[in-house]
Design a protein around this ligand. Structure first.
Ligand SMILES: O=C(O)CCC(=O)C(=O)O
Length: 264
């Protein structure tokens, strides 16, 4: 883990090859392929994601496999260390799951423009940690690998055309995991090969950053969530039960979802 943290700090990313088995990747991919159509977005030419790409924006409530993945011990341990700088000493839950989605690029998908996911360039200490899980091999030119600009997480500016000269493609086998400081310039490269390339993206953020979609308000969870899961998913970052907020100063209750008398 120290090596991963050091690399994320220095270069803005870390690649861990073949972390998950082939059968696990296939199992997750099957769930995504069979996802209800109303949870899937097909993208158009002019979208940020570009043509021949598919997004499933909120996969967390689709299947308990994704709940378990968000709770992955390695991810949580790494995030715990990653967010320590800048953390208020008495904070109990310094980070939360920010989002979890899936993205498929198919033959003909153009390169995605370089961008940052943290919204605030050069933010230090960092605000978010992004994790890409590759469900398909991405090993050759044209396979739609993620491209990154090493070291760009430190830049106090947004990306421009000149940055494309300094990109590096992350060609990795199925089951690999890529950790990104979310300030890092990145985007997928053009997809020219016949096979589809799926990745799962999950991000953890400091607890006080708005989740792009309010996870505690999702409905139709595939199973009851444990208190630990609810803590990670931000259920207590909106309401009375949040020990990080001063008593009486909560930002609006979430009465149906927060169990009473919680003591954690
Ligand atoms: O698909 C990829 O490799 C990167 C996706 C990405 O950066 C995004 O959708 O924001």
């Amino acid at each position: 883990m120290q090596k991963a943290l050091k690399n994320i700090d220095k270069y803005g990313y870390y690649v861990q090859e073949s972390c998950f088995s082939e059968s696990y990747c296939e199992k997750l991919k099957k769930i995504l392929i069979e996802a209800p159509l109303d949870s899937v977005v097909q993208n158009k030419d002019k979208d940020f994601h570009g043509s021949n790409t598919t997004i499933i924006p909120n996969i967390l409530p689709l299947n308990e496999a994704f709940i378990n993945l968000a709770m992955n011990e390695k991810f949580i341990n790494l995030a715990s260390e990653y967010f320590k700088p800048g953390q208020f000493p008495s904070e109990k839950d310094p980070f939360q799951l920010s989002l979890m989605h899936a993205r498929k690029v198919s033959k003909g998908a153009p390169a995605q423009e370089l961008h940052i996911d943290s919204r605030l360039c050069g933010a230090k200490p960092p605000l978010l940690l992004h994790i890409f899980i590759y469900l398909d091999d991405c090993l050759c030119e044209g396979s739609g690998a993620t491209q990154i600009v090493p070291g760009s997480h430190e830049y106090n500016r947004y990306s421009n055309q000149g940055d494309y000269l300094n990109t590096r493609e992350l060609r990795v086998p199925k089951g690999s995991v890529v950790y990104l400081n979310s300030n890092l310039y990145h985007g997928s490269s053009a997809k020219k090969t016949d096979d589809d390339r799926w990745i799962i993206t999950l991000a953890y953020s400091r607890w006080w950053i708005r989740q792009p979609a309010a996870i505690p308000y999702f409905t139709g969870w595939p199973r009851e969530l444990s208190i630990e899961e609810k803590r990670l998913f931000g259920f207590f970052n909106y309401a009375e039960g949040n020990n990080n907020l001063r008593p009486g100063k909560s930002r609006g209750p979430l009465p149906k979802l927060v169990p009473e008398n919680i003591d954690y």
